[in-house]
Design a protein around this ligand. Structure first.
Ligand code: ADP
Ligand code: ADP
Length: 219
């Protein structure tokens, strides 16, 4: 599902954020991506989202070299990727329902489809009863679950998470990880960037470790 072939990313500043990185993650697998701040985690995620392109090497997603995507096809490509952020980036000027509906409105889905999929996504994260609430009225853990519902509303084949448990206590973190497991079990490929060592050690998942842009281990 995700294959990096000797990928080097050098920014215009000259900074080499990734150096000759190769790995693959099979469809339906779930893995952690870890490393200190500045190790290259965000860069790796941005390459997968096609927000950056490699300086050298190939990023293959579902068998396709995504550097070769036409500019006009990039928004369509990104629709197949769900992204979960640490700070969930919810909008407090609209309801939970509308927050989750956002990616579908952007992709121009019809109202019937939106209603169906938003409620299915909210149901999966256990928050269907909150659809009319304003996200500001929810707890931190609930807000993060809304962020996850929004990430999966377009039924992505790939789910990326950037420090999804960054400001959650261990119990809520476990709850979020269990949700990711649920999505993995229905065939979604899940990649989670995190430097929460305790959390990583508590889960028996493959761990990719970056150090100064190099992939130092994957196991
Ligand atoms: P992490 O997510 O592990 O903290 P990043 O991928 O954000 O690591 O950064 C890796 C390196 O690339 C760092 O040295 C960072 O300063 C640099 N970097 C990240 N984004 C840019 C950019 N847009 N332009 C120049 N350098 C960048
Ligand atoms: P960091 O704190 O390491 O920079 P962030 O969590 O802020 O990492 O996310 C990295 C960047 O990717 C941010 O600028 C965010 O806005 C952007 N981003 C991630 N996914 C998407 C997406 N699907 N569409 C638009 N921007 C995105």
């Amino acid at each position: 599902m995700i294959k990096f072939e000797q990928v080097t990313k050098r920014y215009d500043s000259g900074q080499e954020a990734l150096s000759n990185v190769s790995f693959h993650i099979n469809r339906g697998d779930m893995a952690f991506l870890t490393g200190h701040s500045g190790a290259g985690k965000s860069t790796l995620l941005k390459l997968i989202m096609r927000m950056e392109t490699p300086t050298v090497g190939n990023v293959m997603i579902a068998g396709q070299n995504i550097a070769q995507l036409d500019r006009k096809d990039i928004p369509f490509y990104r629709r197949h990727i769900g992204v979960v952020f640490q700070n969930h980036q919810l909008l407090f000027d609209r309801s939970v329902f509308e927050n989750v509906a956002l990616p579908m409105r952007i992709s121009g889905s019809n109202e019937l489809e939106i209603g169906k999929r938003v409620r299915a996504a909210l149901d999966k994260v256990g928050l269907l009863h909150k659809e009319k609430s304003n996200p500001i009225a929810l707890s931190t853990g609930e807000q993060q679950r809304i962020g996850i519902a929004r990430a999966v509303v377009n039924k992505p084949a790939l789910l990326l998470a950037d420090e999804p448990t960054g400001n959650l206590d261990p119990e809520l973190s476990e709850e979020i990880m269990n949700l990711f497991r649920d999505f993995q079990q229905v065939g979604v490929t899940v990649l989670i960037a995190s430097h929460d060592h305790e959390l990583i050690q508590s889960m028996s998942l493959p761990v990719m470790t970056l150090a100064s842009g190099e992939l130092v281990s994957f196991g």
